[in-house]
Design a binder for this molecule. Sequence first.
Ligand code: HEC
Ligand code: HEC
Ligand code: HEC
Ligand code: HEC
Ligand code: HEC
Ligand code: HEC
Ligand code: HEC
Length: 297
Amino acid sequence: MTWAHGIVRHPATIVARGVALVAWAFFAASLTCAPPAAALPEGAQECAACHNSENTGTVVVEGERRSLAVDVAAYEVSPHGQLDCTACHHGFEAGPHTAAQTEGWLRTARVDACANCHADQSTMYEGSFHGTLALGEEDGAAPFCADCHVPHDIMPPDTLAFRRSSLDLCAGCHGGRSDSYLDSYHGKAFLLGKDDAATCIDCHGGHRILPASDPESPIADGNRVEMCAECHPEANANFAGFLVHVDPKDPTDSFWVFIFWLAYVLLIAAVFTFGGIHTVMYIYRGIKDGLYGRKRH
Ligand code: HEC
Ligand code: HEC
Ligand code: HEC
Ligand code: HEC
Ligand code: HEC
Ligand code: HEC
Ligand code: HEC
């Protein structure tokens, strides 16, 4: 009782003790929970001395002008922050770069180097439609690893932020499919904040992307029910036939959807046309009858 009494009588003591306690808690927390100061490995620091965000120089590589600046602060805290730059830039040395160092570096850094540390993803990618095209160099438009993962600022793929950004990623090269997805139930739900609604990567995967004609693809006729069932346990063949990508304005996409779309558009047009004519006639009649006049006698 005396103890409580003391507290009540000296509010200043309570404040002082409170402050001390909070300060102590912060100090203790800083000892136990603080992440180790993220510092670049020594080799990377040497490269960063020239390649930091203040560097305004550029270099032309394979016809494309690139900045020599690297956002070192972002790199440092990314999952790759402890890698030496030479993990991907094989053979580079600090100082002026010789032709032997820079020869073919882009291809090495964008895909070949990744395989040394991410064998599983690389194997899946090599067997995918994208990988076959990009590695075979038949189609320069297909993505390498670094087209989907920003190499100096890797975003952990298991985050919601990455899931959201993946829509723009695929849309950048598959605009039409993206539009039809955004028109679909999943697309609308996802944009409205339903984070568990299916996105491109839930149905197609990230690395082993295959066309529908490949029997191993999750979107192949024989596998579609199983794929939908991962989130819709009740899915059957009928359910899985739900059209994910359909452009209603294209009769070759789905004839019946096109017919319904056309009928709908004609119906709407007819309703508005008749409605409009009716309104015009009504107003005309009103004017003739002096309905809108100031003085009515
Ligand atoms: C003394 C400054 C300096 C240092 C240190 C330096 N670079 Fe460079 N780097 C440059 C300059 C200048 C260019 C553009 C001209 C050239 O290629 O030499 C360049 C170009 C590059 C390029 C583009 C290649 C191209 O086609 O020109 C890469 C990749 C690169 N550097 C990586 C690195 C890495 C990795 C390190 C560390 C091992 C490093 N640099 C250290 C100055 C430097
Ligand atoms: C995970 C692999 C990886 C690591 C680690 C890496 N880079 Fe790169 N770097 C790349 C790729 C891939 C590109 C080409 C960018 C692209 O695909 O558009 C590149 C491009 C560059 C370029 C050319 C300019 C540009 O941005 O296109 C420079 C300079 C460079 N890197 C320097 C560095 C430095 C300095 C470090 C270390 C602090 C580093 N890189 C670490 C993969 C990496
Ligand atoms: C020298 C080895 C090495 C190289 C080369 C390398 N990585 Fe990594 N990567 C790592 C390590 C280590 C981590 C962090 C630990 C982890 O999550 O696997 C990581 C993390 C990642 C992550 C995040 C994984 C997650 O679950 O959060 C992605 C994505 C990634 N790397 C892609 C790439 C790509 C793309 C390339 C080539 C441009 C590449 N890496 C090159 C070693 C490497
Ligand atoms: C078409 C875009 C795309 C390409 C190309 C791509 N990735 Fe990924 N990556 C993704 C997506 C999407 C995820 C997350 C979902 C998943 O795992 O499929 C991911 C996840 C990852 C992860 C985290 C672990 C995991 O498997 O979830 C690593 C590591 C990774 N990728 C490395 C690579 C490497 C290495 C390459 C090249 C061999 C590569 N990626 C090519 C889209 C891509
Ligand atoms: C850098 C551009 C690029 C990115 C990014 C990209 N793709 Fe592709 N993709 C292509 C190209 C090029 C082809 C082969 C040509 C074609 O048929 O469209 C292809 C083919 C495909 C195919 C095989 C079916 C087909 O149309 O022939 C599917 C499925 C696919 N991509 C899905 C995806 C998904 C899902 C993503 C996002 C995770 C993605 N792509 C990201 C360029 C890209
Ligand atoms: C709910 C699952 C689902 C989602 C989400 C989804 N797709 Fe598809 N996708 C499919 C199915 C099933 C097919 C095959 C039937 C068809 O062509 O409509 C397909 C076909 C494709 C094809 C053509 C494949 C071929 O072999 O012709 C591409 C490219 C594609 N989708 C890209 C995307 C992109 C990009 C996104 C995200 C913007 C996306 N898809 C979202 C299920 C999905
Ligand atoms: C990653 C999980 C996921 C996958 C894979 C997936 N969906 Fe969905 N789907 C959802 C979610 C979440 C909803 C929203 C449910 C709600 O709240 O109404 C939804 C809603 C739907 C709806 C409208 C409402 C309903 O429940 O009937 C249809 C139709 C649908 N999905 C069809 C499909 C088809 C067909 C496939 C396979 C080609 C598929 N989905 C794959 C998550 C998924």
